[in-house]
Design a binder for this molecule. Structure first.
Ligand code: GLY
Length: 386
């Protein structure tokens, strides 16, 4: 994976472009400040005569919809906008049906574009609606959270949640362009920004030790007003994701590496009822620390790696152990049971992403459930490990 360190000299560029090379489904991810007001021109220049139906949520609409609509209107590209309630509950069958019908009422034609303008929830829902509307219309992702900019807007995973679990219904449907405006992150609550940062750190931890080292030195700039550092962190993350998606678009192999910290994290999210007790990125942060501690305990990675990971994430302000989650104490067997409901279960075996070192993750199904249970019992008894 390319390292951020060699390309720091280029941080003065305003906008950067990361190609996602998927043959006939190839697209660019554009990253930089003030791209929202450029969106109409970018879409008109790159995507032909299509008109746009914008799907967004109430929070994003309040801060940014007027800017996007003005930009699309200036190019004569706006069909209309649909504003949905903010929050995970929107990613549901209950919202999907009416959304598809409203897109049809707006007159969305086969050659038009659905614009998913929001965080992961809107990206997943609007992308799924685009994937099934008229048997598939094109869509543009304009992600407005750090998590969506570095992860969910890239790679074509779309879908909704059901009572049986998260993201169990959906399709792979690649966007035709991703526009990541770094300025919109200034209106993001600090807690959400930190949660998104867990996914940024993930790219260093799974495949790029130099990037993780850069983050350890530069995270304050990433969170400060340093656009160049923020753009660099997003660009490096998107490049890492693009490289993995290009190798394994449909997650039959390497793409599972992107789930570092997610097997534990999803179980913790499920246990906390997908509530504000634990945001997705916070679950990933704890999950990555657990993956490093388990790998160390199994003798797979050098001693001290786990402490280094948790020390960085804690400095940023992220939770790093199960005891950091407010409220009731977890139960190890319950967490293991919840892990078994993850869609990464194959032939009844849990898939874990473990590590050989910082920047060296690998996929395994070789960890005995009893071993994981014992590990979690110790983790739960230690209120703040490493
Ligand atoms: N968020 C993990 C993936 O896109 O595969």
């Amino acid at each position: 994976m390319p390292s951020v360190v060699n390309s720091l000299a280029a941080t003065t560029r305003a906008t950067c472009t990361v190609p996602v090379a998927l043959g006939s489904r190839a697209y660019d991810v554009l990253i930089g400040p003030d791209l929202l007001s450029e969106a109409g021109r970018l879409i008109a220049t790159r995507l032909g005569k299509a008109k746009c139906a914008v799907v967004t949520d109430e929070n994003v609409a309040r801060h940014h919809l007027a800017t996007l609509e003005a930009s699309l209107r200036a190019e004569g590209r706006l069909r209309g906008s649909i504003v949905l309630p903010a929050g995970e509950a929107t990613k549901s069958f209950r919202e999907l049906g009416p959304l598809c019908e409203r897109l049809l009422e707006l007159g969305v034609e086969r050659g038009d574009l659905v614009v998913a303008f929001g965080g992961g929830v809107i990206g997943d829902l609007a992308g799924f609606a685009a994937g099934i509307l008229r048997r598939g219309v094109r869509f543009v992702q304009i992600p407005t959270s750090l998590l969506a900019q570095v992860d969910s807007s890239v790679g074509g995973k779309t879908g909704i949640n059901t009572p049986q679990g998260k993201n169990l219904i959906g399709v792979f449907h690649q966007p035709v362009m991703v526009i990541a405006d770094t300025n919109v992150l200034t209106t993001l609550p600090e807690r959400e920004m930190k949660a998104g940062y867990a996914e940024v750190a993930k790219y260093g931890l799974l495949g790029d030790a130099a990037f993780f080292g850069w983050l350890e030195k530069n995270w304050r700039s990433v969170f400060g007003n340093d656009t160049a550092a923020l753009t660099r962190a997003i660009e490096t993350s998107v490049k890492a994701k693009a490289a993995i998606v290009e190798r394994d678009e449909h997650e039959t192999g390497d793409r599972a590496l992107l789930n570092l910290g997610h097997t534990f994290g999803h179980a913790l999210e499920s246990w906390t009822g997908y509530s504000s007790r634990l945001l997705h990125g916070e679950g990933v942060s704890i999950g990555m620390c657990l993956a490093y501690r388990l790998s160390e305990e199994l003798g797979l990675c050098p001693k001290g790696s786990a402490a280094r990971v948790s020390s960085h994430l804690r400095a940023v302000g992220l939770p790093t152990s199960i005891g950091d989650i407010p409220g009731a104490k977890a139960s190890a067997p319950e967490l293991v049971r919840l892990m078994g409901q993850d869609k990464k279960v194959r032939d009844g075996k849990l898939t874990f992403i473990l590590v050989r070192d910082i920047g060296e993750a690998f996929i395994t199904q070789d960890v005995a459930v009893e071993r994981v249970t014992q590990f979690l019992v110790r983790e739960i008894d230690t209120s703040r490990a490493a």
